[in-house]
Design a protein around this ligand. Structure first.
Ligand SMILES: [Mg+2]
Length: 194
């Protein structure tokens, strides 16, 4: 029963705001294993001009052990292709978000209190775009994807990078995240940078 609702919620949230998808809520969900798997040309051909990125377990694992392979190169390529960026993080460690803002040269709001739309609206206004020109990319259905839906943005859910599970993730994580594929490459991150 739970699975039925979770699957339909996912289809609803991920399908509803996709470009050219008005009125068809049950189009295939938009997912990619990693940020680098997202086709920049596809985004551009759909009229996307801005990307709101999640940080934790999308770009870097919560415990700072892993980096999403190729994510930084992908961001640079996307910037060169003309896409604007903004980071929304619910993480509470400000120094960490600041480090990633500086390293990626992307502005951020933290804590963003996703899925509430206030921070999404600020990010969209900062990029000087309309919601339908923005895609939200993150690993959390209940934060990133729900927030995108509430803010009328498109969304792409990525696999959550391996990290120590919190108590609620042990119980309900499988309903709101999808696991990083086993045996797929992962990049180690040296957190002594902080
Ligand atoms: Mg996340």
């Amino acid at each position: 029963m739970f699975r039925f609702f979770a699957d339909h919620l996912r289809l609803l949230l991920q399908g509803a705001n996709q470009p050219g998808n008005k009125g068809n809520l049950y189009r295939l969900p938009r997912r990619a294993y990693t940020l680098a798997d997202v086709e920049i040309d596809w985004l551009k051909s759909c009229g996307i001009k801005g990307v709101i990125l999640d940080l934790d377990n999308t770009i870097v694992s919560e415990d700072d052990r892993y980096l999403s392979p190729g994510a930084e190169d992908w961001i640079q390529k996307a910037k060169l292709a003309g896409l604007k960026f903004f980071i929304l993080s619910n993480g509470k460690r400000r120094y960490r978000v600041q480090y990633w803002c500086d390293r990626l040269d992307i502005p951020a709001i933290n804590p963003a209190k996703k899925p509430f739309p206030a921070a999404f609206r600020k990010a969209i206004a900062h990029m000087q775009l309309q919601p339908q020109q923005v895609v939200v990319i993150g690993d959390g259905l209940h934060t990133d994807i729900l927030g995108a839906w509430l803010s009328k943005c498109c969304s792409i859910q990525v696999a959550t990078l391996p990290h120590p599970l919190r108590w609620w993730e042990k119980i309900g994580g499988k309903w709101v995240q999808f696991p990083y594929p086993e045996k797929s490459k992962l990049w180690e991150f040296d957190s002594s940078f902080y």
